[in-house]
Design a protein. Structure first.
Ligand code: KG4
Ligand code: ZN
Length: 339
């Protein structure tokens, strides 16, 4: 049978993502971001994000279909992020997906945002082995997930108990006056710095701590205090060393716990997704530790790691390929949708 041709719509946060895939093949990945509109607030403002989705939606769908070179009438289905995410932002995407699917007479597939962050790797590296272990790290989530079946069985093993990893990058960048989003700029400064310069704390790594949960708020406070002490003493803040040492603390904990989860669960594949997966030190350390543990590491290219519509289409295509039921026209947007 022909591989399913699917349009995917993602609006859980600040990117209006529309992708088109055929099975495991990426045909289009159009993204309109409202990130600049949020920059002056130092974080995503939900109301601004929702309005930006409303404006960008139809032009982005048209751009994706044109880029893919396919007619909407040839689609086998329309997939959309049903949650988790910002409630108002999700409503825009779900409403648009229903309208397209209904008008075109195609089935609608509501998908989970976290599962689609995992599934997107099929567009990069082909079929995902099952089970796969996934470390999802972004501005909104930091989770370790075990996926025996990407379309119907994704189990959360652990998550952050406070800040998400990307949020920690953004907050430290703000303390250092480096702008928003903070991840890419900290990554850049860290290349010039010494990652062993300052010993920042590794949250939740004690013998009695939850083995797969994360905590970054203590780290954030420790880094902010360290910077403040320097400033109060009238000393210059060594930005590159702070960036490198902070980044090392995050990458160390994330990779240590992910590899441990693989070992405990007997899983030999680890995928890393979400915006923070673009981090160069996280990638390098993950490669090093996975190689040492005999684990195959899968990390999609950065553009597929950040929020996009292709990941939603990828999961929709997988659902169609496996004969999973379509969603009803009453599909809700659920801001706290569990995997
Ligand atoms: O997945 P994403 O685009 O959006 C969500 O938050 O869902 O992730 C954005 C996050 C931001 O916090 C940003 O600072 C972080 O990913 N990020 C990075 C890097 N590039 C983006 N963090 C660390 N290193 C990077 N190179
Ligand atoms: Zn995301």
């Amino acid at each position: 049978a022909e591989e399913p041709l699917v349009l995917g719509i993602e609006t859980s946060c600040d990117e209006t993502g529309v992708g088109v895939v055929r099975g495991h093949t990426l045909l289009a990945d159009a993204v309109a971001s409202s990130v600049d509109a949020h920059a002056r607030y130092g974080g995503v403002v939900p109301e601004i994000a929702s309005r930006a989705h409303l404006e960008a939606m139809i032009p982005t769908v048209e751009r994706a279909l044109k880029e893919a070179g396919v007619a909407a009438s040839d689609l086998d289905g329309v997939a959309v992020t049903a949650g988790p995410g910002l409630a108002g932002a999700l409503l825009v995407g779900v409403s648009a997906a229903k309208a397209y699917a209904y008008a075109l007479g195609k089935p609608l597939y509501g998908v989970n945002h976290l599962a689609s962050h995992i599934c997107v790797d099929q567009l990069e590296h082909g079929p995902l082995p099952e089970p796969t272990m996934a470390l999802l790290v972004s501005g909104g989530h930091s989770s370790l997930l075990l996926a025996p079946d990407i379309t119907s069985d994704v189990r959360p093993l652990g998550a952050t108990i406070d800040d998400a990893a990307g949020e920690a990058f953004d907050k430290i960048a703000r303390v250092l006056h480096l702008g928003f989003p903070g991840g890419p700029v900290i990554d850049r400064y860290a290349r010039e710095g010494d990652r062993d310069a300052i010993a920042f704390p590794r949250g939740l790594t004690g013998p009695r701590d939850a083995p797969y949960d994360f905590s970054f708020s203590g780290l954030k406070t420790a880094v902010a205090r360290w910077i403040e002490a320097r400033r109060n003493a009238g000393e210059e803040v060594p930005v590159a060393d702070v960036a490198a040492s902070f980044q090392e603390a995050v990458a160390d904990v994330l990779t240590r716990k992910a590899v441990r989860a693989c070992r405990d669960e007997g899983v030999d594949h680890l995928m890393i997704g979400g915006g923070v997966a673009a981090n160069s030190r996280l990638r390098a350390l993950a490669e090093e530790r996975c190689a040492a543990a005999g684990i195959t590491l899968r990390v999609p290219r950065p553009k597929l790691c950040t929020d996009n519509g292709a990941m939603v289409a990828a999961l929709g295509a997988e659902m169609i390929a496996r004969g999973r039921p379509a969603s009803g026209w009453d599909l809700p947007a659920d801001s706290s949708l569990p995997v």
